[in-house]
Structures are given as structure tokens and as C-alpha cells.
Ligand binder design. Structure first.
Ligand code: ZN
Length: 159
């Protein structure tokens, strides 16, 4: 079975067993959570460690349009982005058929947004959100989740 076929099969099973309810698109806890794309996190959280304008825009949308009043940045241990290496990435891109001339148009280190320390990255992201000119005065918290135990540790209490 293809990956898409597998997703559709799982979806059919989910829909058969799901008790559908009407839900508001407004944030019930008035909280927007920014996290990593790591698939292990959905075991702990429902919704990027490096925050770009796309993430800031999403946070702004949640704050202005979805009744969110607080932001929680959640990093995690053993993050794949902590070891992102531009040279290694370039080799992988070439191996998958990306043209070197196209790669050369990008600063890969900036594009992939790797970092050295997960906790320091969370603090940096919190600062970046708080200092963005289009983000209003709201509490911005930072935490890190242990990917094995699921324990959430607060690094920045935004209150
Ligand atoms: Zn991660």
C-alpha cells in the first residue's frame, strides 16, 4: 500500500470511530502553541524550533483571529534540528536531484535553521516572538519536553 493509501485507510477507521462534534475554531484555552515538526511530539501535544516569518504570521493569526492570548513555545530533547548541518544537507539535496545552481541561491545554514542547544533555542525563539513588531504584549512562555518521558519543563515563565 502507498503512504497516501495508508493515510486514507487510517482516516476511514478514525472517522468510523469518531464521535463528531461541532467545535469552535477559537482557541479554547486562549493559547497558541509553537512546536517542532518532530512526529514524536503528537504523542504529547496537539497543535518549529527555529521561528521564521511563517511561524510569526501563524502566531499573529492565532492572537488576532482565534482568541489566543498567550504563546507557548515547546522545544524538545533529541531534536533533529539540533544537528542540522548545511554541508550534509547540500550533499543530501544533490543526491536527490536538486541542482547545485539552485542550492547556491540559498544560504543553507539559514534556510534549514539548525541550532546547537535545544534549551537555548527555546529561549531565543521566545525573545524573537516577544520582540517582533507585529506581536502584541502577551505572555510568551518557553518549555522543553522530554521526548522519552513526556515531561514538560518550563524554561521561560512569560507572566
Ligand atoms: Zn525537533
Amino acid at each position: 500500500m502507498t503512504v497516501l493509501g495508508d493515510v486514507l485507510k487510517d482516516n476511514r477507521e478514525f472517522v468510523e470511530n469518531f464521535q463528531g462534534i461541532e467545535m469552535s475554531h477559537h482557541a479554547a484555552k486562549n493559547l497558541v502553541i509553537l512546536s517542532c515538526m518532530d512526529c514524536r511530539l503528537i504523542e504529547f501535544l496537539e497543535p518549529a524550533s527555529i521561528v521564521g516569518e511563517d511561524a510569526i504570521r501563524s502566531i499573529g493569526a492565532a492572537l488576532y483571529n482565534l482568541d489566543a492570548n498567550e504563546v507557548l513555545v515547546v522545544g524538545h530533547t533529541d531534536c533533529g534540528m539540533a544537528s542540522a548541518d548545511a554541508d550534509e544537507l547540500k550533499e543530501k539535496m544533490i543526491a536527490r536531484g536538486i541542482k547545485e545552481e539552485d542550492i547556491a541561491k540559498y544560504d543553507l545554514a539559514e534556510w534549514i535553521g539548525g541550532f546547537d542547544d535545544e534549551e537555548e533555542n527555546v529561549r531565543n525563539v521566545v525573545e524573537k516572538i516577544k520582540s517582533h513588531p507585529l506581536i502584541p504584549e502577551v505572555p510568551v512562555h518557553g518549555a522543553i519536553i522530554d521526548i522519552v518521558t513526556g515531561e514538560l519543563k518550563v524554561l521561560v515563565d512569560g507572566y
